[in-house]
Design a protein. Structure first.
Length: 73
């Protein structure tokens, strides 16, 4: 008694496996893209906070320099 194969044509099985691998890679690429976009937004926000702190430090430094100039004159 001959056992029947589910896929009579092995090329169909091969194409199915290839399509599964391609679709899996495509989905992983989209997840990678979403994670990269979210992390870039977080990085941009942290850079914004750093630049605000930097501006505060610069203002304080400029005030200190002005006071020093005033004392020297």
């Amino acid at each position: 008694m001959k056992k029947e194969l589910r896929y009579k044509n092995p090329i169909n099985l091969f194409v199915g496996v290839i399509l599964f691998i391609v679709s899996f890679c495509f989905l992983m690429f989209w997840w990678y893209l979403v994670i990269a976009i979210i992390s870039s937004f977080k990085l941009a926000q942290s850079q914004l906070v750093i630049s605000e702190d930097d501006n505060i430090v610069r203002k304080q430094g400029n005030e200190w320099i002005e006071k020093l100039k005033f004392k020297l004159t």
